[in-house]
Design a protein around this ligand. Structure first.
Ligand code: PLP
Length: 392
């Protein structure tokens, strides 16, 4: 290969492959094995001493998980990574491995519900506290930083309100204060956005979403600076949140089609957003690549396309939101997102119903907010379904 040769992200997702077995298979095989064997006592000793890069036990590493992680590392521009059973085990293991009792986190207020529960219900048990900033209050971040602050944490685009945070600004703040900057990049995927370019030290994905893309398996991954990944790996190796080889194999295969799938998701989502923008039953619509999005310029700077999630507010509050869901005919009412099938949710009456109205509004979740994860059905059918549900 000549030195000018650089692979594009689509090629990396397809051509990063395990060493072939003696059968010279074209497509990577599935290594459903819990453990691996050694030549002799010395081979076993050296493998356990990590003098050799060897698979020992699938709780530690497995060829299928290694292939999946290598792909994500290349696509994100990361030095190293580790895969997990779910997105949440990636989030939890990352914090549990890197933080000590007495450490402090500064986090965006608009984060996934279970991550918020981790920060508010569980980490305080180990004397780890979190201070929050709102998505439109990035200028307040520095005032929240304390001598014991160790991590700056954010998601962009946010779930479910599809707000955008300026990753470059956050990266600069983290660098200035020597914080570990961690980004949950689940909504964008490595195809649309690479946070490491903007200063992230670690990037987390729920692979359950667009990376699988077909609503089949759960998975998670953390990639980034090798020294940090080493700590995370040691935590995971001993505590056991391992990604199954079967799921890793599925997810690695899914990455081969990520770019074409996500291109189509984004094309469909933009059309759905444009339809909603001109509908009299809708107060507002938020999609990162609509010029009306409050952070449109930031989205254009850091994302290739706008993603597959559209948020909008139906006129009429909670009841109108529930009515919209009841009138939907084709789209699914489901908690997942990033599936080939379009999915609609009404956060105020479901996922976020336990929050006070004040807390919901802090994360832009208004009573009539609807989140659509736009799928790969013909976009005319998706728009027709949304249209008839709004009219009913
Ligand atoms: C932004 C974000 N992060 C993390 C997760 C958790 O991922 P998992 O469900 O794979 O544990 C989700 C799940 O919806 C999510 O939307």
């Amino acid at each position: 290969m000549n030195s000018q040769y650089t692979e594009h992200i689509e090629t990396q997702a397809i051509r990063t492959q395990l060493e072939r077995s003696a059968f010279l298979e074209h497509s990577s095989p599935l290594y459903l094995t819990s453990s691996f064997i050694f030549e002799d006592a010395e081979d076993m000793r050296a493998s356990f001493a990590e003098e050799k890069e060897r698979n020992i036990y699938s709780r530690f590493t497995n060829p299928n998980t290694s292939e999946f992680v290598s792909k994500i590392c290349k696509m994100e521009g990361a030095e190293d990574g580790h895969a997990f059973a779910t997105g949440m085990s990636a989030v939890f293991s990352t914090f549990a491995a890197l933080l000590n009792s007495g450490d402090h986190i500064v986090s965006s207020r608009s984060i996934f519900g279970s991550t918020n529960s981790l920060f508010t219900k569980f980490l305080p048990k180990w004397n780890i506290e979190t201070s929050y900033f709102k998505v439109n209050e990035v200028d307040k971040i520095e005032s929240l930083i304390q001598p014991n602050t160790k991590v700056l944490y954010a998601e962009s685009p946010t779930n479910p309100a599809v707000d955008i945070l300026d990753l470059e600004i956050l990266g600069a703040i983290a660098k200035k204060h020597n914080l570990i900057f961690i980004v949950d990049n689940c909504f964008a995927t490595p195809y649309l956005q690479q946070p490491i370019q903007f200063g992230a030290d670690l990037v987390i994905h729920s692979a359950t979403k667009l990376i699988d893309g077909q609503g089949r398996v759960l998975g998670g991954v953390t990639v980034g600076r090798a020294a940090l990944i080493r700590e995370i790996y040691l935590f995971a190796r001993n505590t056991g949140p391992a990604l199954s080889p079967f799921n890793a194999w599925m997810l690695s295969k899914s990455l081969e089609t990520l770019a074409v799938r996500v291109d189509k998701h984004c094309e469909n989502a933009l059309k759905v957003a444009e339809f909603l923008e001109n509908n009299s039953k809708v107060n507002w619509v938020k999609y990162p690549f609509l010029t009306s999005h409050p952070q449109y310029k930031i989205a254009k700077k850091q994302m290739k396309l706008g993603g597959n999630v559209v948020a909008f507010e139906v006129k009429g509050g909670i009841n109108a939101g529930r009515k919209f869901l009841n009138s939907i005919q084709m789209c699914s009412l489901s908690a997942n997102l990033g599936d080939t099938r379009s999915i609609v949710t009404h956060p105020a009456s479901t996922t976020h119903s336990k929050l006070s109205e004040e807390d919901r509004l802090e994360t832009s979740i208004t009573d009539g907010l609807i989140r659509i994860s736009v799928g790969l059905e013909n976009v005319h059918d998706i728009i027709e379904d949304v249209k008839q549900a709004l009219e009913n």
